[in-house]
Design a binder for this molecule. Structure first.
Ligand code: PLP
Length: 465
């Protein structure tokens, strides 16, 4: 549990890496003054920019195609698109989202091996011709609807490594069956241009990437021997997006770069792309929710009505149940679908007294539990609880079950990020944002929409990065 506010800490005195929590406090205070208690996200644009820079620096040979499914917020897509990433789309609607940003179809891979025929027709109409496949029926579909497509054979990743979300049970041709599938593609006169894999979302062992690249190399050789003009390797997603992940991005690249250089050296001319999702957005989004109800429950009595009264738990500390206005049917769907774990933090000044607490969502379903047991200080209705690292597989899969609204997204931009990324002027500016844009607060501002960010700053400029 973290206490950032209090003890003389002000937003202005915070170093940049701590501003996230301060921003939450500032925005929550503003909403309190407006008598607004709705849950909200703060998307730290600087975090996304920093991830982009890190990718370019540590994995320079690999072009990122951001997986739109992970978080399709307009601000995320616009920022990443302007920085220079391309996109992995899974459907017609994701394709349109990306094309509507004004990006060319060449910046898209349609990376869903099992596509709806009408979506495939749509891809053909909009010239999105790079796409994955992993089965014969898909080849027949492509032949009928989009025979000029450039196909990428998705193979199964190795199955003996730990991952947060496995994908191999649904997608991927076993490497030993690749030749057969390629023969079918040849018979249909389809163009297969390379190989892809996805080690699983949230890889927990960096070595998985090395084994998968080695397997991809084998299939690559098979394709080349069969006369296919293979020029593309797609190493999928699975890259960690937050510091609490089981492995770090640095650990992945330490394994990946040598193996790529060994099997696919720059001299081979092979284009290497990836489909990172959570890497870019997980840590950028902080979710803050309001305590809308509260209950104290005695823990010294068993709750089981079939047991006699004198059966006690042996623990005389009371426990609190807090009900907040986002839950597993909303942003916390990640607990079910993404096998995520979340950690509540509080905004109040540091009290050392904490109590066993559970945190629940707002719907009438008993399943709607966010944390079953966590130590929190005593909180009151109307206070805020926030959760960091909520950018991946949260917003995109949330519902409005029970009529509960989705949280709004606000955008945080800090002067450091502004000067290094967006600056409208031709040279980098070292002055604080408040000096250049006088109506802004010292050091940062929180925007209601991403369009407002662009109105003030202009578009991000990759050449500044
Ligand atoms: N590519 C494909 C085909 C996926 O299915 C996914 C996630 O499920 C991704 C990329 C993104 O994975 P991650 O968020 O782990 O990087």
């Amino acid at each position: 549990m973290k206490h950032y506010i209090g003890n003389g800490c002000t937003v202005e005195s915070m170093p940049y890496e701590k501003t996230k929590a301060c921003m939450v406090a500032e925005k929550a205070a503003l909403l309190n003054s407006e008598q607004c208690e709705d849950a909200f996200f703060i998307a730290d644009l600087g975090d996304i920019v920093a991830k982009y820079k890190k990718w370019r620096r540590l994995l320079p040979r690999v072009e990122p195609f951001y997986a739109v499914k992970c978080n399709d917020d307009y601000g995320v897509l616009k920022l990443l698109g302007d920085l220079g990433t391309s996109f992995d789309c899974a459907s017609k609607f994701e394709i349109d989202k990306v094309l509507n940003l004004g990006l060319p179809p060449s910046r898209i891979i349609y990376a869903n091996p099992c596509k709806q025929t009408s979506f495939l027709r749509h891809a053909a109409k909009r010239n999105v011709d790079l796409m994955t496949f992993d089965n014969e029926a898909e080849l027949l579909k492509v032949k009928a609807v989009f025979p000029d497509a450039r196909l990428v054979l998705r193979i199964l990743p190795p199955s003996n490594f730990k991952v947060q979300c496995e994908l191999g049970m649904k997608f991927g041709c076993h490497p030993s069956k690749a030749k057969q599938l390629l023969e079918k593609a040849k018979e249909l006169e389809l163009s297969v241009v390379g190989v892809s894999f996805h080690v699983g979302s949230g890889a927990e062992e960096a070595a998985a990437f090395a084994v998968a690249v080695e397997q991809a190399y084998g299939v690559f050789q098979t394709g080349l021997d069969m006369g296919f003009p293979f020029t593309l390797l797609d190493i999928g997603g699975g890259f960690p997006g937050q510091v609490t992940a089981a492995i770090s991005f640095e650990e992945v690249v330490a394994v990946l770069n040598p193996v790529l250089d060994h099997y696919f050296p720059a001299s081979s001319g092979v284009r290497i792309i990836a489909e990172p999702g959570r890497y870019f957005v997980a840590s950028a989004f902080t979710l803050t929710a309001n305590i809308i109800a509260k209950r104290m429950v005695a823990r010294d009595k068993s709750n089981d009505e079939h047991l006699p009264d004198q059966v006690v738990t042996g623990d005389d500390e009371p426990a609190s149940m807090y009900y907040i206005n986002d839950g597993v049917y909303g942003s916390f769907n990640c607990l079910l679908f993404d096998h995520a774990t979340v950690t509540p933090s509080v905004l109040q000044d540091g009290s050392d007294m904490t109590f066993v607490s559970s945190v629940w969502g707002p719907t009438c379903d008993g399943l709607d539990c966010i944390t079953e047991e966590y130590r929190l200080p005593e909180m009151q209705i109307g206070e805020w609880i926030y959760f960091e690292d909520m950018g991946a597989y949260t917003i995109c899969a949330s519902s409005t079950f029970n009529g509960m609204p989705r949280p709004r997204i606000f955008y945080l931009c800090h002067d450091v990020v502004w000067a290094q990324t967006y600056c409208k002027q031709t040279k980098k500016v070292d002055q604080p944002i408040s000096k250049v844009i006088p109506f802004m607060k010292a050091g940062h501002d929180i925007f209601e929409t991403y369009d407002q960010v662009e109105e003030v700053f202009g578009s991000p400029r990759p050449e500044l990065i």
